[in-house]
Design a protein around this ligand. Structure first.
Ligand code: SPV
Ligand code: MG
Length: 320
């Protein structure tokens, strides 16, 4: 109990050089539990994508001190199917299974104590999802999000520009029930992601589905939208809250990037996921640096786009 209420961050801080006194099972329990505790404690969580140990370290170390009020930090990391696939040079079409991705997640967990929300794509076949839930549970993942699509999954931000199929409410509810039945801890949250707005099925369809998913046992809802003005996401939150005032509600403001965290929190969201920004920013800098060295025949001009060697040495504990 004492360990759980302190959380992993504090356990690590007390251990010089990240030497842990907790055993791996305790560690997985603490990490898994931290997300549901945070959701109870805070009105809205900030979640940043991490696709590698170094990006996870940066997420954990990022802190904005403010004169008054508590400093701002990220509460959790998002394991994105888009960035995990891209990082490996593969398309975001569910080609990496959760068991493939767990190798990278264990490396992340070795250096970062934040809880993780795992993007589980469609969850695959219910029989596969049952096994993947057990694996994620054992590793200490805090939440798995599955989306209500079926067939060959394509990235949501394509919308109807590519062929994407939505699952039936009945089939998807069954997958949620299978997920819930196969976890050994209720602290592993099963979150249902609704793609009705992505696929232009309308607000009524989105609300009907989300209510069915909650009734089937989903611990929370992720609602996704690719509309740039952000109006439909705010409207969804308003309508959903009428039916479900307390069910955790998550959004991914990639398309409606002008909406601030405070605005989304005010609209009733409980977690805001910045789903791909660590990968996009890193690889933009890499692309420019690679071309810049060719262009200038030296590295002087690209140095401002690179982290200083001193900063790298400070970033990774145990380097000095
Ligand atoms: C991801 O990050 O892989 C997501 C969010 O699923 S999106 O790319 O917007 O579909
Ligand atoms: Mg994804």
């Amino acid at each position: 109990d004492c360990l759980l209420s302190r959380g992993l961050g504090d356990v690590y801080k007390r251990q010089p050089n990240h030497k842990r006194r907790v055993n791996p099972m305790q560690e997985a329990d603490i990490r898994r539990t931290n997300l549901s505790q945070l959701l109870r404690r805070k009105r809205c969580l900030r979640v940043l994508e991490a696709h590698s140990p170094i990006s996870a370290l940066l997420a954990e170390q990022s802190r904005l001190e403010r004169g008054s009020g508590p400093s701002l930090v990220y509460d959790a990391i998002w394991s994105s199917s888009l960035t995990d696939s891209t990082h490996k040079g593969l398309p975001d079409i569910e080609i990496l299974s959760p068991s493939n991705r767990l190798h990278g997640i264990r490396e992340i967990f070795d250096v970062c104590s934040l809880p993780m929300i795992f993007d589980g794509d469609t969850g695959g076949k219910a029989e596969h999802f049952a096994i993947h839930v057990k694996m994620l549970d054992r590793a200490g993942v805090s939440a798995v999000v599955i989306e209500d699509k079926c067939g060959l999954k394509k990235n949501s931000l394509f919308g109807n520009a590519v062929s994407q199929l939505q699952d039936s409410i009945e089939e998807f509810c069954e997958k949620i029930r299978v997920g819930c039945a196969n976890r050994s801890h209720e602290d592993l949250l099963i979150i249902a992601r609704c793609e009705s707005l992505i696929l232009d099925k309308g607000m009524d369809d989105a609300i009907e589905r989300c209510l069915a998913y909650v009734a089937a046992g989903a611990d929370g809802i992720m609602i996704h939208s690719r509309k740039k003005d952000g109006l439909e996401i705010l409207e969804f939150a308003r309508l959903f809250r009428r039916h479900c005032p307390r069910v955790p509600l998550i959004c991914v403001p990639t398309s409606y990037a002008h909406l601030s965290f405070d605005e989304l929190e005010g609209a009733g969201f409980n977690a805001v996921i910045y789903a791909n920004h660590m990968l996009r920013s890193a690889y933009m800098a890499m692309r420019d640096v690679a071309v810049g060295i060719l262009e200038h025949g030296r590295t002087l001009e690209v140095e401002p786009r690179c982290l200083g060697i001193d900063e790298i040495l400070d970033l990774v504990p145990g380097t000095r």
